[in-house]
Ligand binder design. Structure first.
Ligand code: NAD
Length: 300
């Protein structure tokens, strides 16, 4: 990510707390001309924006529920009109449902969580990514996944884990589709001090409404989590170096290696049966090239 990108306006969803608030403050330290702090909770976003302004930076607060594609697109429209195309957009908003074995998770919690963590991230990447792609200046997108996308098991957090794999998968495909002047990274933090334990406090009524999270989980995150400022610094360092995958907690490596070894072992077993099938990557590239040639021929 070149400095002319990070010095342009930066947008952070879920910017009212935790990692998002730290990203917003770090953006200013890295030279962003302004920060747009977007959150479902306007009061939280306002507090962060006011803190940035008090420290001499430019910031505005915006209420936006990322699960609503129209709201995200309206935010993107408004920001482009007021600030121009942002340089960096963090699709960071995410929630954690109350811990529960998968067999017992209420359907409404699954809807809520996937709506914010998966669809919300995709809406944000689309609404801002389209505008970056269409601009001459381009930009950088960063989605917050988790170390749980890399193989760290999150017992009693299956929908959350699934949502973070989805974020990684979407970004992995997106990086092959974006034009050269738009970059993408996926941030994969481990345990970080934040309000994530209390996500149900912002759960909309249609998914069961607001309730307090488990304070014991809050104490655990507070006492064992990495400081969100450190996560934010690693996020910027990674993007500035042009990295796609940005883990923040070294101890996740052993879990990722264990998963990689499990995949290798599965293919070793398959190799004993049959190795003579097709390479889907080559087939897909051939298909795309054919479709592109056909559409050029048809002038579409
Ligand atoms: N804290 C951790 O240990 C940890 C680890 C890995 C990944 N993450 C991820 O980091 C991201 C930030 O979480 P955090 O830990 O800072 O939690 P947090 O709860 O402190 O901050 C999340 C913010 O998102 C906002 N939000 C919730 N629903 C929203 C919606 N529908 N639209 C817009 N904003 C919404 C909340 O109001 C809150 O301000 C999330 O995607 C989370 O899954 C967190």
């Amino acid at each position: 990510m070149p400095s002319e990108i990070s010095e342009r306006p930066v947008v952070v969803t879920g910017g009212g707390n935790g990692i998002g608030a730290a990203l917003a403050e770090e953006a200013i330290r890295r030279g962003a001309s302004a920060v747009v702090v977007a959150d479902i909770e306007l009061a939280a976003a306002t507090e962060v924006a006011e803190r940035i302004v008090a420290a001499g930076g430019q910031a505005t607060a915006h209420q936006c529920d990322v699960a609503d594609p129209n709201a995200v697109d309206a935010l993107a429209e408004e920001i482009v009109a007021s600030h121009g195309v942002p340089g960096v957009v963090f699709a960071n908003a995410g929630v954690m449902a109350p811990t529960s074995a998968l067999l017992d998770v209420p359907a409404a919690d699954i809807e809520w969580l996937l709506g914010v963590n998966v669809r919300g991230v995709i809406h944000t990447l689309q609404s801002f990514g389209r505008r970056m792609a269409a601009s001459e200046t381009g930009g950088w997108l960063m989605a917050t996944a988790s170390e749980h996308a890399l193989g760290v098991p999150h017992i009693f957090g299956a929908p959350y884990t699934a949502s973070k794999h989805a974020v990684l998968g979407a970004c992995d495909v997106l990086r092959g589709e974006l034009p050269e002047h738009v970059g993408v990274s996926v941030l994969c933090p481990g345990l970080t001090t934040s309000q994530l334990w209390n996500s149900t406090s912002t759960r909309p009524d249609r998914f069961g409404g607001s309730s307090s999270g488990d304070p014991g989980t809050g104490d655990f995150m507070e006492s064992s989590g990495m400081d969100a400022d450190v996560v934010a610094r690693r996020a910027f360092d990674g993007a500035e170096a042009g990295h796609f995958m940005i883990p923040t907690h070294y101890n996740a490596r052993a879990y990722a290696a264990k998963r990689a070894a499990e995949i290798e072992a599965a293919f070793d077993r398959l190799a004993e049966i049959d190795t003579a099938d097709y390479d889907v990557g080559t087939l897909a590239a051939e298909l795309m090239a054919r479709l592109e040639a056909e559409s050029k021929e048809n002038g579409t």
